[in-house]
Design a protein around this ligand. Structure first.
Ligand code: NAD
Ligand code: ZN
Ligand code: ZN
Length: 344
C-alpha cells in the first residue's frame, strides 16, 4: 500500500510503498478514508536526531477515520464496513487513568512502549491503518469522514482544554483564543456552542482572522506587540477569564499571561516552546496555568456528538496522498485555512 512516511531526520516526508498490514489478535484493520494534517507533525519533523523519540521510518497521521476492513482474532463490537473515527492517544486500557477513559494520560504507556498512530506507531496517512483495540474506535454515525477526521485531535484537544474552564466562562466573561488555525478555529466554535462568553481571537494572518470571525469570534485582533493592550481595552481593563494559546511560543505565552484576568485559566496547548513564569507578582492573583495533552475517549464521543448536532464544522482543504508533502509545506508556510485533510 501507499503511505506517507517521515524517513530521514530533517528531510520532507515521502510517499512510499510498504507492505499491507494484517490485523493480529485483538486488532482492527481500517481502510483509511481521511487523515488530518496537524502542526505537531511539523514539530516532530523539526526535532534533532539526538533524542528523537520514535523509530524511523514513521508513517505519519494521528488523526484518522476509516471503514473497518478486517478484524483480528477475538475482536468484537465492530463489524466490517463500519465507518469509524480513531481515538489517537492510545493507553494500556487498564491503569487508573485509562479506567477513566483518559488514555492520553496513561500511567504505563511509556513503560509498555505504547505510542499513538502517527506518533510512534504507524499512522493514518496510508491506505490502511492498524488499530490496536476496538475501544479506540468511535462510530461516525452519519458524519462526513473529511469533516469528522480533524475532530479526533483539532476538535478533541480544544474541547478537553475548554471543558476544564467552563465554570469560569459565565455570562459577561471573555475567552481569548490565540492562533486561529486547525485547533483554534474549532476552539472558537466550541466556545460559542458551550459558553455565553465573548470570544476574542488573535492571529498573525488576515485569512486566519477572517476565518475566526466567520466561525464565530466576536473580535479578531492582530497578534502583535499591541495585542495584549487591545484585549485589555476590549475587556474594560479586566482581561479574559480563560485564555487558550494554540501557538505556545514565547511571544504568545507572554500575551496569554498579559491578558489574563484575576483568577483566570491560562491553557497552553501549542508546543512552541514558550514558558510562562508563575509565582507571586508574575500574574494576576490566582491565575492557573496548565499545558494539557489531547483528550479522553469520552470527550471524543462528546465532540462527535456536537458535530452531529451541527454545533461545530471544521473548515477543511483536501489533498490526495501523493499531494500530502505539499499539504505539510503549505501548513508550514501558514497557507492552510482550517485543517488540511489527506484522502488516501
Ligand atoms: P496550525 O498551524 O493549524 O495553527 C496555528 C495558528 O497559529 C495559525 O493560524 C497561525 O497563523 C497562528 N499563529 C502563528 N504564530 C502566531 C502568533 N505569534 N500569534 C497568534 N497566532 C499565531 O496548527 P495546529 O495544528 O492548530 O496546532 C496548533 C498548536 O497546537 C501546535 O503547536 C501543535 O503542535 C499543538 N498541538 C498540541 C496538542 C496538545 O495535545 N497539547 C494537540 C494538537 C496540536
Ligand atoms: Zn495533533
Ligand atoms: Zn493506562
Amino acid at each position: 500500500m501507499k503511505a506517507l512516511q517521515y524517513r530521514t531526520i530533517g528531510a520532507p516526508p515521502e510517499v512510499v510503498t510498504v507492505p499491507d498490514p494484517e490485523p493480529g489478535p485483538g486488532q482492527v484493520l481500517l481502510k483509511v478514508t481521511a487523515a488530518g494534517v496537524c502542526h505537531s507533525d511539523i514539530a516532530v519533523m523539526s526535532w534533532p536526531a539526538e533524542g528523537f523519540p520514535y523509530e524511523l521510518p514513521l508513517t505519519l497521521g494521528h488523526e484518522g477515520v476509516g471503514t473497518v476492513a478486517a478484524l483480528g482474532a477475538g475482536v468484537s463490537g465492530v463489524r466490517e464496513g463500519d465507518s469509524v473515527a480513531v481515538y489517537g492517544p492510545w493507553g494500556c486500557g487498564t491503569c487508573a487513568k485509562c479506567a477513566e477513559g483518559k488514555e492520553n494520560y496513561c500511567l504505563r504507556a511509556d513503560e509498555l512502549g505504547i505510542r499513538p498512530p502517527g506518533l510512534g506507531a504507524p499512522g493514518a496517512m496510508a491506505e490502511y491503518l492498524l488499530v490496536d483495540d476496538p475501544r479506540h474506535l468511535v462510530p461516525l454515525d452519519g458524519l462526513d469522514p473529511v469533516a469528522a477526521v480533524p475532530l479526533t485531535d483539532a476538535g478533541l484537544t480544544p474541547y478537553h482544554a475548554i471543558k476544564r474552564s467552563l465554570p469560569k466562562l459565565v455570562p459577561g466573561s471573555t475567552a481569548v483564543v490565540i492562533g486561529a488555525g486547525g485547533l483554534g478555529h474549532v476552539a472558537i466554535q466550541l466556545l460559542r456552542a458551550l459558553t455565553p462568553a465573548r470570544v476574542i481571537a488573535l492571529d498573525v494572518g488576515d485569512d486566519k482572522l477572517r476565518l475566526a470571525r466567520e466561525v464565530g469570534a466576536h473580535e479578531a485582533v492582530l497578534s502583535d506587540a499591541g495585542a495584549a493592550g487591545a484585549v485589555r481595552r476590549l475587556t474594560g481593563g479586566l482581561g479574559a477569564e480563560a485564555v487558550f494559546d494554540f501557538v505556545g511560543a514565547e511571544p504568545t505565552v507572554r500575551t496569554a499571561g498579559a491578558v489574563a484576568a484575576v483568577e483566570a485559566d491560562v491553557t497552553i496547548v501549542g508546543i512552541g516552546g514558550g514558558t510562562l513564569p508563575v509565582g507571586f507578582g508574575h500574574l494576576p492573583f490566582e491565575v492557573s496555568v496548565t499545558a494539557p495533552y489531547w483528550g479522553s475517549r469520552g470527550e471524543l464521543i462528546e465532540v462527535l456528538g456536537l458535530a452531529r448536532a451541527g454545533a461545530v464544522s471544521v473548515h477543511t482543504e483536501t489533498f490526495s496522498l501523493d499531494e500530502a508533502p505539499l499539504a505539510y509545506e503549505r501548513l508550514h508556510a501558514g497557507k492552510i485555512n482550517g485543517r488540511a485533510v489527506i484522502l488516501p
